[in-house]
Design a binder for this molecule. Structure first.
Ligand code: AP5
Ligand code: MG
Length: 245
């Protein structure tokens, strides 16, 4: 145990973290949940809350791809252009990525899929991958929001790159301007949060991603929330959906 590192954390913060872990263990739901919704619907914002509350793993394909871009690899260079235009990465690449991630021990208590699937072929492949280990998607939560609302949200979004935590300069500001609440590291604006790219991401969402809503509705596992309300109100709904058997 690294006592040196723990000595920097206050007793109150340590006890709070222990309590969180204990509660997660007690309430491990072992569900696989897909978060659906337009860019800016609040998928990342609520994934962070679900992760803290239910100790599931958080698989954000956008965060995983941005990490690859930051690594400077040849593959990352290819991804960068596609993402900055707001286009989608090939289905096969994305399905292989998610398959590797789902196999990690961190996902044994359940998984939040944020940004995947994004096309019908991805949704079908995800079902096949899970079926191989006797699992399936338990719930798909559709965060419904109008286009005009998300354009405002994305224009003001600030992100902590290492964790994927998001803030909004007006709607959800950090405690200190420009700085992540947890680590104190600087916040940045995402390259694809420029207006022209936002418009393209919204078109891609309408054409390729929105049919997935019906895919899960037909399976009887779709739950819809009005995602235009304040974060705490949306979170109450999501919490009760996740807790339903
Ligand atoms: P990805 O990173 O997944 O981006 P996205 O789907 O466009 O979604 P966002 O992250 O922009 O929105 P969000 O719903 O997480 O909103 P957030 O909580 O941050 O993907 C990026 C790119 O990667 C894609 O364009 C594509 O190129 C590629 N990619 C990823 N997955 C792929 C796949 N499966 N297949 C192919 N390509 C893939 O909230 C937004 C802002 O609003 C924040 O500032 C937040 O503070 C604020 N906010 C949130 N909720 C509220 C509220 N209720 N009220 C007020 N403000 C709020
Ligand atoms: Mg996100």
């Amino acid at each position: 145990m690294d006592t040196q590192a723990y000595s920097k954390i206050s007793n109150a913060a340590l006890i709070q973290e222990l309590y969180r872990r204990y509660r997660c263990q007690e309430e491990a739901l072992r569900k696989r949940i897909v978060l659906l919704g337009m860019p800016g619907a609040g998928k990342g914002t609520h994934s962070a809350k679900m992760l803290a509350r239910f100790c599931m793993c958080h698989l954000s394909t956008g965060d995983l791809l941005r990490e690859e871009v930051r690594s400077g690899s040849e593959f990352g260079k290819k991804l960068k252009g596609i993402m900055e235009r707001g286009e989608l990465i090939e289905d096969e690449v994305m399905c292989n990525l998610i398959k590797q991630q789902l196999a990690k021990p961190a996902c044994a208590n359940g998984a939040i899929l944020d940004g995947f699937p994004r096309t019908i072929p991805q949704a079908e492949k995800l079902d096949q991958i899970l079926k191989q280990s006797g699992q399936s998607i338990d719930q798909a939560i559709f965060m419904n929001v109008r286009e005009q609302v998300v354009v405002d949200r994305l224009g003001g979004r600030w992100t902590h790159l290492n964790s994927g935590r998001t803030y909004h300069y007006k709607f959800n500001p950090p405690k200190v301007h420009g700085v992540d609440d947890i680590t104190g590291e600087p916040l940045v604006q995402r390259e694809d949060d420029k207006e022209a790219t936002i418009r393209n991401r919204l078109n891609v969402y309408q054409n390729k991603t929105s049919p997935i809503i019906d895919y899960y509705r037909k399976k009887g596992i779709l739950f819809e929330v009005n995602a235009e309300r304040p974060v705490n109100d949306i979170w109450k709904d999501i919490k009760s959906i996740v807790k339903t058997k």
